[in-house]
Design a binder for this molecule. Sequence first.
Ligand code: PLA
Length: 411
Amino acid sequence: MMALAVDVTRFEGVPMAPPDPILGVSEAFKADTNDLKLNLGVGAYRTEELQPYVLNVVKKAEKLMLEKGENKEYLPIEGLAAFNKATAELLFGADNPVIKDGRVATLQSLSGTGSLRLAAAFIQRYFPEAKVLISSPTWGNHKNIFNDARVPWSEYRYYDPKTVGLDFEGMIADIEAAPEGSFVLLHGCAHNPTGIDPTPEQWEKIADVIQEKKHMPFFDVAYQGFASGSLDEDAFSVRLFVKRGLEVFVAQSYSKNLGLYAERIGAINVVCSAPEVADRVKSQLKRLARPMYSNPPIHGARIVANVVGDPTMFGEWKQEMEEMAGRIKNVRQKLYDSLSAKDKSGKDWSYILRQIGMFSYTGLNKTQSDNMTDKWHVYMTKDGRISLAGLSLAKCDYLADAIIDSFHNVN
Ligand code: PLA
């Protein structure tokens, strides 16, 4: 019998992968033993005591679920029917004609990321010539998702460092210049990482160009209700495109707004021109999902369906969401106040107040961001993004000191 050589590996050709630019920050944070350390890397909501938060309404729904003694049978490939109904209604509005007409193909999928990935696989299979336009900058994982699905992408201008605002002209020009029939990935609200959203008038113009060029709008909605505190307000952009009668892709996530991060609950919705089209699209999305992960997990879907389906719990959710969004707004204001009071250089910090959502895009470069971590134990992504959801009022002064030092003493 041949002995197996334990000291010989077949994996010589497998190099070490770099840490993930966002989730790798949490790993580095865990390894730091300094008491001052602060994790502003990943966008995960914390209480004022900097503890993870499970919404009361989620605990309530889970208690009811346990009492009912529900089983653990497989879900259908498309997910839990009650969830799919609830999620489309939350997104488009319950009395949106696209829902009444049966023109939306909705599949429960593995949170925002899995939903985007499924849509990317669909694009690769049925639009092999098309490319996806993504904003510069964007959430770091977007590029990975399209790369792994073998979907070509290019960037459109979005952020203008000079104004620390939206490069609207550049954005429109780049979308206009793209080959007809491109997919345009848009952040439904609370753009990650910049926190800069188009105004309602600008959204109209973006829709004009997309419509003219026969592009396909593809929304990533990861923060509905979390940006403004209102589910309807944060769905404004998506609903505007749908109202124009366009076909639209929308990926949804319940990680942030219902705090269900690890439950991996979200959906991909495709608004189609006719019910018969939606049926075909849905059948192909199911066909793609089956060999990838077969069918989605049930727990988070039941939580969402229970919360949205019960008027009392739905009201409680909206209240808790407002409180979370409100806490983030408070630390945003306090950070601005601390920076303005402490910094004697005359620098205008007001862009921090103009940004919305859970992040602030500070403008710190990579070396300055390294200084934040190495000297001040403030963990953040190297693009200068900080998660305000991981910040407390009590830590704002300390953070302001770190930012001022990094801005003025590091190049
Ligand atoms: N889309 C955007 C724009 C996001 O910011 C995120 C999460 C997702 C999709 C996916 O989230 P989900 O799969 O949990 O639904 N972005 C986080 C976390 C909050 C991450 O990077 O995974 C971030 O820190 O940017």
